[in-house]
Design a protein around this ligand. Structure first.
Ligand code: FES
Length: 197
């Protein structure tokens, strides 16, 4: 075996050996119970390859609703890569969330068609009403505010999605009413469909 082949072989062996290596205190770190449950049901089934980083991040977020720090640590351990690499990939893509979502998710489209019809002012006013910035959740956990660059429903601009419900041609006044409704009765609206409320 050539020296370079020997080196690669040895690195692979070390990666396998280190995957479940005990930490400095001699025990394998346990993650949050929800993360451990996701690992057992889905996470551990992914191949231990760097190409699994994004699929694993997507799977964890689909199950947990966001990406807690422990989930990224668990992915790094499963794939035998540095946690910073997983966190770097996750932070590069806007699809990933790092804060626990609220009971209700308000997502404002800030794409071109919506922006020229006032979504910039709309999201500013919602931020003021909720006293949070886009990407944050109210301290009581009732509302999360997010933005996207296009829902693909530009004819309905400006578009806001409340959980799974599309709200067309929104204004600051109509969204104020929506916010008042969900903050006074914070159970999640899962009716779906389209509304011009
Ligand atoms: S730009 Fe808002 S839905 Fe397309």
């Amino acid at each position: 075996m050539k020296k370079s082949e020997s080196h690669i072989s040895s690195a692979k062996t070390n990666r396998k050996r280190n995957k479940n290596a005990p930490n400095a205190r001699g025990s394998i770190k346990r993650f949050d119970p929800e993360v451990e449950q996701w690992l057992a049901s889905d996470g551990n089934a992914f191949p231990s390859s760097q190409s699994s980083i994004i699929p694993m991040l997507q799977s964890a977020q689909a199950t947990l609703g966001y990406l807690p720090h422990d989930a990224m640590q668990a992915i790094a351990r499963h794939l035998c890569v540095p946690p910073a690499q997983v966190e770097g990939v996750a932070s590069f893509y806007s699809q990933f969330r790092f804060n626990k979502p609220g009971i209700n998710r308000v997502t404002v489209c800030t794409g071109t068609a919506c922006y020229v019809r006032g979504s910039g002012k709309l999201i500013e006013d919602i931020q003021t009403d909720l006293n949070i910035r886009s990407g944050e959740t109210t301290p009581d956990g009732v509302v999360s505010l997010e933005s996207v660059s296009c829902f693909g429903a530009c004819a309905l601009a400006p578009v806001v999605v409340l959980n799974d419900k599309v709200l067309r041609q929104q204004t600051s006044a109509s969204m104020k009413t929506v916010i008042e409704d969900i903050t006074s009765a914070p159970s999640k609206d899962t009716t779906g469909g389209e509304s011009n409320k």
